[in-house]
Design a protein around this ligand. Structure first.
Ligand SMILES: Nc1ncnc2c1ncn2[C@@H]1O[C@H](COP(=O)(O)OP(=O)(O)OP(=O)(O)O)[C@@H](O)[C@H]1O
Length: 250
């Protein structure tokens, strides 16, 4: 039986009187690319932060590879990778130094970290820029460096917050293809977006969150076939940016 790699059961987060996330159940399996879709302030980042162990849930359980993030945080975190929408990178390191640093955090052999890092730099067209300081990198280059660092240990659960925002068309396409390769190796990919069409073009399945609660899930075809008018309303309320969608065109 196929076990989920990413799992949330009754996940909830309160900030004072605000219920940011309520009763979220998710199961995400090896090899899937799953989109987490919802308007601004819906609770996407808060949910992801609980799933990666950056925020403690007010109630419920988050597990990675069967390990509870509260009870076995090190074992759970060893299995996951995360790229935030604005990645924090050490400005004073070069990309190659950053790769060694991240490899050290994940206790990879330096040779393995170097080889995997060089493969990713090559894929991203950064081989010739790998000795430059990250502080001088453009937004897109920073995204690629963050992806490189987060993929070095070959995570089984890979989380991305708005991965295509601010990227040029070629880079957005590259990331789409990369995520497909990562998933093909059995990793579960979970990415947030507030744009329906980005999810449609990149994801096998989506969860839609609104006001902290999951209101629909399935493939987009399944969701549409439901003919649920309220779902259509929610889609309309998700502010799609046509320029960004165009990034993923062939
Ligand atoms: N540290 C915090 N303290 C208080 N309220 C918070 C905190 N973090 C998030 N919230 C609130 O929780 C709700 C969900 O926020 P969250 O950042 O998870 O939404 P999001 O779906 O990721 O939005 P966006 O697409 O704008 O990034 C919002 O109402 C937000 O104001």
């Amino acid at each position: 039986m196929n076990e989920p790699i990413i799992e949330a059961v009754g996940l909830q987060k309160r900030f004072g009187d605000i219920v940011a996330v309520q009763n979220v159940d998710l199961s995400i399996y090896p090899g899937e690319i799953v989109g987490f879709l919802g308007p601004n302030g819906a609770g996407k980042t808060t949910t992801i932060k609980m799933l990666i162990g950056l925020l403690r849930p007010s109630a419920g359980v988050a597990r990675i590879g069967g390990f509870d993030l509260q009870k076995a945080p090190l074992r759970a975190k060893a299995l996951l990778g995360y790229v935030p929408d604005q990645p924090f990178l050490p400005e004073k390191l070069t990309a190659r130094e950053y790769i060694q640093f991240m490899g050290g955090l994940y206790r990879l052999e330096p040779k393995i970290a170097r080889e995997r890092g060089e493969d990713l730099l090559r894929l991203f067209g950064l081989t010739d820029r790998g000795d430059e300081l990250l502080g001088g990198y453009s937004h897109g280059m920073r995204q690629k460096a963050a992806l490189t660092g987060a993929l070095l240990h070959q995570p089984r659960a890979f989380f991305l917050d708005e991965p295509t925002v601010g990227l040029d068309p070629r880079s957005a396409r590259l990331i789409k293809d990369l995520l497909r390769d990562v998933a093909a190796q059995g990793t579960a990919v979970f990415m947030s977006t507030h744009i329906l069409e980005i999810a449609e073009r990149m994801c096998d399945r989506v969860f839609i969150i609104n006001k902290g609660a999951i209101i629909a899930s399935g493939t987009l075809d399944q969701l549409r076939a439901g003919g649920d008018a309220s779902l259509e309303d929610i889609f309309l309320s998700l502010t799609g940016d046509p320029d960004e969608v165009a990034l993923l065109d062939d």
